[in-house]
Design a protein. Structure first.
Length: 281
């Protein structure tokens, strides 16, 4: 069952200043086992360094054992390492697969993860309970809008961030507030520059802007036909790729949001700030 905010105490919070977070879901290409785009991670790390953008990386759990070289690249680049689902070939985490991911993360990093993001933003009731039981401090699974995740309700568009059941801080993925259209790299590519420009003039973005992307969004890759994705999603990826904005687009995005008063930080830094000011336990 998808997470139901009506069944929980959801406390909305506001930020006193604008913060932007660049995040990536680091995973095998297109829910499969290919690594053509994934292997281009060093190019992304060069781009975010040149753009002066701190990076929060939600890493697919199996990568810590299967691709420690890429995880080491992230660590050496100073990325904020956090946990994604265990295996993107599955529909989502269970309590058991979450525990397996935590163990793999801890073996590699040396500490337990503090933050989590669910497969395709799909936070279920069962997964929420497991995340809380495992002692995560914060989550960034909710995408308050249309599309993946199935969280279109207004409750997660009425604040900048949230505390759920006094147990878990929720930092939603960004969307244009009034419209519920995600502000992520893949959605920006799908809509194209003209539509995005129109949205910029008519809709506002949240004060906490958590921007999400994937390696397949950023680098050309022609092997989607062999992936296990359904046909409609392959078509959406093909359309997005025809309008692809590569790693170089991140520099323009960083400058654009700085000009609007946003300060870039990691999600861990954001959580630490809120904890220091007593807004987050």
């Amino acid at each position: 069952m998808i997470f139901d905010p009506a069944a929980h105490l959801v406390s909305s919070r506001r930020l006193p200043r604008k913060l932007a977070v660049l995040s990536i879901d680091l995973e095998y290409d297109y829910n499969g086992i290919r690594t053509d785009a994934l292997n281009r991670l060093p190019a992304l790390l060069d781009a975010v360094r040149d753009a002066r953008l701190p990076l929060t990386a939600f890493v697919e759990g199996r990568l810590f054992a299967e691709r420690p070289d890429l995880c080491a690249c992230l660590a050496e680049a100073g990325a904020d390492l956090q946990l994604h689902c265990h295996d993107h070939r599955e529909p989502g985490d269970t309590a058991e697969s979450l525990q397996a991911s935590i163990a793999a993360f801890e073996r590699f990093v040396g500490i337990r993860p503090r933050g989590y993001r669910a497969h395709t933003y799909r936070l279920t009731e069962e997964l929420f309970q497991a995340v809380v039981a495992e002692g995560f401090a914060w989550d960034s699974s909710i995408l308050p809008g249309i599309g993946f995740g199935n969280h279109p309700g207004r409750v997660f568009r009425q604040g900048d961030w949230f505390v759920i059941d006094d147990a878990l801080a929720e930092f939603p993925v960004a969307s244009w507030r009034a419209l519920g259209i995600p502000f992520t790299h893949s959605y920006r590519q799908l809509m194209g520059r003209l539509v995005e420009s129109a949205l910029d003039r008519t809709a506002s973005l949240p004060a906490l802007l958590v921007y999400d992307m994937h390696m397949v969004d950023l680098v050309p890759d022609g092997r989607i036909g062999k992936s296990p994705l359904p046909l409609w999603l392959k078509g959406a990826h093909a359309l997005a790729r025809s309008r692809q904005r590569g790693c170089d687009d991140l520099t323009a995005l960083g400058d654009r949001l700085r000009a609007r008063g946003y300060e870039w930080c990691t999600l861990s830094h954001c959580h630490e700030r809120l904890t220091r000011t007593g807004q987050c336990g």
